[in-house]
Design a binder for this molecule. Structure first.
Ligand code: ADP
Length: 614
């Protein structure tokens, strides 16, 4: 190798620069994150090398012990970590180190920072963990050589300020060495004992031995292969933190040893307390590590669980998969299908147990993962009924924050009640203010509130539960038992005719309401045109289907309606009555979040107030 090979000066991509700024200028409650990240990267690289060794005889340094070596020097305040894993090519260095791999990461971290979260603590969950090293150092050097036998070694150096350099170097061994001088604020990491302590805490479960100086620090053991009762809670939690980079304990864990026809596996699964929702939604979130015969073959195997359960983390270990085949073959193997189906069943049973045992814990889970989890109802028809039983809703009889299952709802149904009522809204507050609820409130009938956008994708499709149809209460054709029968008197009859005429372009019909108690008017879904749930759904999916006409219902006992009727009868050409009618209609629209021109609405209101205060 030519020792005088040129030093290439490279610039980080714009997004990367911003990200580095964000990291360097963030506060860290856990500066030790960097150590965990570097060990985790080294461990990944070793896993890749081990996997490659199975099929490639020409790989560099084949058969050498796989290990991670850390060296510190308290006098020089230096730190280095070295692995003999897969190493990096020139392209890896520019593509994997110089860029933000997952789109949206920067935006997401910015938002977290604005919300006052500690970006440094989250960084490991976002696939940019390497850069946490700039929390403890001003300049970092990577020396690396890829495991291909005729690969070239490289040195990469960066201050994290926007540029980095790459040059070719002579390097005999495969793998990566990362070294740097520690900042004054991070000088503890130049001390053996401190580094050992941190590793014991966070990285004890690495798949490979970690040496600090000459001492091996960790116990390399596969926790999931032990018997469940041999594992202490602390061990389990530490393992979870190790594989997820989470700082919090998990919400719960599930240890499985399954031996069924065609799928034999062990698994140790976790539900995080919280997880970055955005990342799960966009599939940028890691899920499950797949091992076979003690070798990790995939560090993020999304084929093991259906999409709606991909917030679950952990390890699955089977001996039924061949080692020496490509990942594609693994992903499509019938064994995987069997494991997936068995895992799904077990996970749903686990959730049901949690729901039965500790509803507060279950609601914690539901708040974090409900929006993802519920989507299963529309995709997993095999487990649909189980999923429906796991649904929870806020409702008109319980206070905010409390939630009910459909089963409990049915248990509370009135003797004559035939349907399960629900009402969609943007928030609980909006749902509670909906005039269509008045009848149900008055008669103590329970109404489920659908306040999460995903609810309206799934609830109408459930159709019925326990033979009771689910029914939106803002529909025209709802049957109301013992509703206060109101007869149209001559007075209101003529006003209704006038309303129909005035609003003929806006509404499908105007009717006397049986459901209103306190409000003057309300809007319900008409019989023609699209169902309003459907309309909202389409809007959420970005399709503008316009707005189909509603039916306006009028509470003829309401003082405003009575006054208007009288005024109308006295003078059918009264402009003021007309103004009030339009205002009433638009008020109902406003309540529903469907008013388009607030300016007209407010202008008219001012005119009406002027008139009233004359
Ligand atoms: P992540 O590990 O989540 O992908 P990082 O920012 O920590 O994100 O690392 C970026 C990439 O750099 C890794 O995906 C890997 O390709 C490469 N890399 C980092 N450290 C090493 C290492 N020790 N050996 C080989 N490749 C590495």
């Amino acid at each position: 190798m030519d020792a005088k090979s040129p030093v290439e000066k490279m610039e980080y991509k714009a997004e990367m620069k911003q990200l580095l700024q964000l990291i360097i200028h963030s506060l860290y409650t856990h500066p030790e994150v960097f150590l965990r990240e570097l060990i985790s990267n080294a461990s990944d690289a070793l896993n890749k090398a081990r996997y490659r060794e199975l099929t490639d005889d020409t790989i560099l340094d084949k058969g050498k012990d796989l290990e991670i070596k850390i060296a510190v020097d308290p006098k020089e305040m230096t730190f280095s970590i070295q692995d003999n894993g897969i190493g990096m090519t020139h392209e890896d260095l520019t593509e994997n180190i110089g860029t933000v791999a997952r789109s949206g990461t920067l935006e997401f971290l910015k938002k977290m920072k604005e919300e006052g979260k500690n970006v440094g603590d989250l960084i490991g969950q976002f696939g940019v963990g390497f850069y946490s090293v700039f929390m403890v150092s001003d300049e970092v050097t990577i020396e690396t050589r890829h495991a291909d036998k005729d690969s070239q070694g490289y040195r990469w150096v960066s201050t994290g300020e926007g540029n980095y350099t790459i040059e070719a170097i002579d390097r005999n061994e495969r793998g990566t060495r990362i070294s740097f001088k520690l900042k004054e604020t991070a000088k503890d990491f130049a001390e053996d004992y401190h580094v050992k302590q941190v590793i014991k805490k966070y990285s004890n479960f690495a798949d490979f031995p970690i040496f600090v100086g000459n001492d091996k620090i960790n116990t390399v053991e596969a926790l999931w292969r032990k018997n469940e009762n041999e594992i202490k809670d602390e061990e389990r939690n530490a393992f979870y933190k190790f594989i997820t980079n989470d700082f919090e304990d998990p919400l719960g864990s599930l240890h499985l040893s399954v031996e069924s026809a065609g799928a034999e596996f062990k698994a140790l699964l976790f539900i995080p307390k919280k997880a970055p929702f955005e990342l799960i939604r966009t599939h940028q979130h890691k899920t499950i590590q797949l091992y076979t015969k003690k070798i990790m073959i995939m560090d993020d195997c999304k084929e093991l669980l259906p999409e709606y359960l991909q917030f679950i983390r952990g390890v699955v270990d089977t001996s039924d998969l061949p080692l020496n085949v490509s990942r594609e073959v693994v992903q499509n193997s019938p064994v995987m299908t069997k494991i997936k189906s068995a895992l799904t069943t077990k996970v749903l049973q686990w959730l049901q147990r949690m729901a039965n045992k500790d509803s507060a814990e279950y609601l914690g889970f539901y708040k974090s993962f409900g929006p993802i989890f519920k989507m299963g109802i529309n995709t997993d028809f095999v487990n649909r009924d189980k999923l429906i039983d796991l649904l929870r809703f806020e409702n008109s009889l319980q206070s905010a924050g409390e939630m009910t299952s459909l089963k409990d709802y049915v248990g509370r149904m009135r003797e004559n009640q035939k349907e399960i009522y629900y009402l969609a809204g943007e928030s609980r507050q909006q749902a509670e203010g909906n005039p269509n609820l008045e009848y149900f409130k008055k008669h103590g009938l329970e109404v489920l509130f659908l306040v999460e956008p995903v609810d309206i994708f799934i609830v109408p499709s459930i159709g019925e539960y326990d033979k009771k149809p689910l029914k939106a209460i803002d529909k025209d054709d709802i049957e109301l038992e013992n509703a206060d029968k109101k007869d149209e008197d001559a007075l209101s009859k003529s006003l209704i005719v006038f309303l129909k005429e005035t609003l003929k372009d806006q509404v499908e019909d105007v009717k006397v309401s049986k459901r209103l108690v306190d409000s003057a008017v309300t809007l319900v879904s008409g019989t023609k045109g699209m169902d309003r749930q459907m309309e909202r759904m389409m809007k959420i999916m970005g399709q503008d289907v316009g707005q189909s006409k509603r039916i306006m219902e009028v509470n003829i006992d309401h003082p405003i309606i009575q006054n208007l009727s009288r005024r109308y009868l006295a003078n059918p050409a009264d402009e003021f009555v007309k103004k009030c009618v339009v205002q009433l209609y638009e008020s109902a629209q406003l309540m529903d979040g469907e008013l388009t021109s607030k300016t007209d609405y407010v202008k008219r209101m001012i005119q009406i107030m002027e008139e009233a205060t004359k």
